[in-house]
Design a protein around this ligand. Structure first.
Ligand code: TXA
Ligand code: MG
Length: 327
């Protein structure tokens, strides 16, 4: 794919990967593909580079970042793994699972990236470009989703460009991502906790743990508290167009985000219709979700009506993002 960028764009050749790693080493900001969504990477050990991420995204600095590493051995240089954390890492890494773990005393990840917490979020992405970049760089790379804070996460290099062009140094274009929603975040606390539903279904995690994942406590309604899972802020992943959930019909002037084979009354008046998955496949729906929200947001409709999506498997993450999009 060719997209014109002010930020330096690169393909995924060895030379481009080496250049991107050099850019990270020099304190630069590099957007790169993972299997879930595109990330905006910086050297985790460089506080100035990390500060650049918060600035480029307009992200509140109390919201900590995920450290990305090439493998479990690298992760064990950063955080303490107990038996349960090891079991999860061994079962699901590389893959769309982030573990929140106690930081090691000499943890190389900057305090700014962990928002001063004594825990750190870590994941090993399952994407050849991300893996090559992490190998070439050699250290941990903190990377939030490569969008302006509060916007829909990017699933293509063009989405990254639309949000961050001119604010970052480089975008490595690996084509559209496969999973399409962010990683599942599990807090490895005394009772393992589902901090964010995501690209790895809860059921798979609970099978390995042999126990149910706890729910995070309700957050107090203040602005300046330290959230347990700050990505759970109510309004997030939001298009500009209002979103109406559980639609059973289409109002004139609305755009429709459909799911499955059923058709709705009023569909002939829809400003636009996109179907997450005609076959009702939740994996396909997750992969399409953010791109379709962006596309329908561009139509200028009165609202985006969204048909119900089943809540099992990846449906839990899809419904979580839709609920936040509707706030
Ligand atoms: O799939 C993903 O996870 C993508 C790709 C790029 O890896 N990244 C991503 O990052 O979604 P971001 O920054 O958009 O979301 C990170 C989430 C936030 O909700 C943050 O609050 C939470 O991880 N988080 C990070 N460190 C944490 C910690 N120590 N304790 C609790 N939550 C943490
Ligand atoms: Mg994000």
């Amino acid at each position: 794919m060719q997209v014109a960028l002010t930020a330096r764009i690169a393909d995924t050749t060895d030379r481009a990967i080496a250049e991107a790693a050099g850019c990270l080493r020099a304190g630069g900001l590099v957007a790169f593909p993972t299997e879930t969504v595109y990330g905006l990477g910086a050297d985790a050990a460089n506080p100035r580079a990390v500060a650049g991420i918060y600035e480029a995204k307009g992200r509140p600095s109390f919201n900590p970042l995920i450290a990305h590493v090439a493998d479990l051995a690298a992760a064990r240089q950063i955080a303490r793994f107990d038996a349960r954390a090891l079991a999860l890492a061994e079962a699901f890494w590389p893959g769309p699972l982030t573990l929140v773990l106690p930081k090691l005393e000499n943890c190389p990840v900057s305090d700014l990236a962990t928002a001063g917490l004594d825990t750190v979020a870590i994941r090993v992405p399952d994407h050849p470009v991300a893996h090559a970049l992490l190998q070439a760089f050699g250290g941990a790379v903190v990377a939030p989703s490569a969008n302006i804070s509060g916007h829909v996460s990017p699933t293509t290099a063009a989405h990254v460009k639309a949000d961050l062009d001119g604010r970052i140094d480089m975008i490595v274009d690996g084509g559209p991502v496969e999973v399409g929603v962010e990683s599942t975040i599990v807090g490895c606390f005394e009772q393992p906790m589902l901090l964010r539903p995501g690209g790895l279904p809860r059921e798979a995690i609970e099978r390995v743990l042999g126990v149910a994942l706890a729910r995070p406590p309700e957050e107090p309604a203040t602005d300046n508290h330290q959230p347990l899972a700050p990505g759970m802020l109510a309004s997030h992943y939001a298009p500009r167009t209002p979103v109406r959930l559980m639609a059973g019909h289409v109002e004139p002037g609305e755009a429709l985000l459909a799911f499955g084979a059923a058709t709705l009354t009023g569909i002939e008046h829809a400003a636009a219709v996109m179907n997450l998955s005609k076959d009702g496949d939740l994996g396909e729906a997750a992969a399409n979700l953010f791109g379709y929200l962006r596309a329908l947001d561009a139509v200028g409709a009165a609202a985006i009506a969204v048909m119900p999506v089943p809540h099992h498997g990846l449906g839990e993450a899809i419904n979580d993002r839709l609920r936040r999009a509707a706030v």
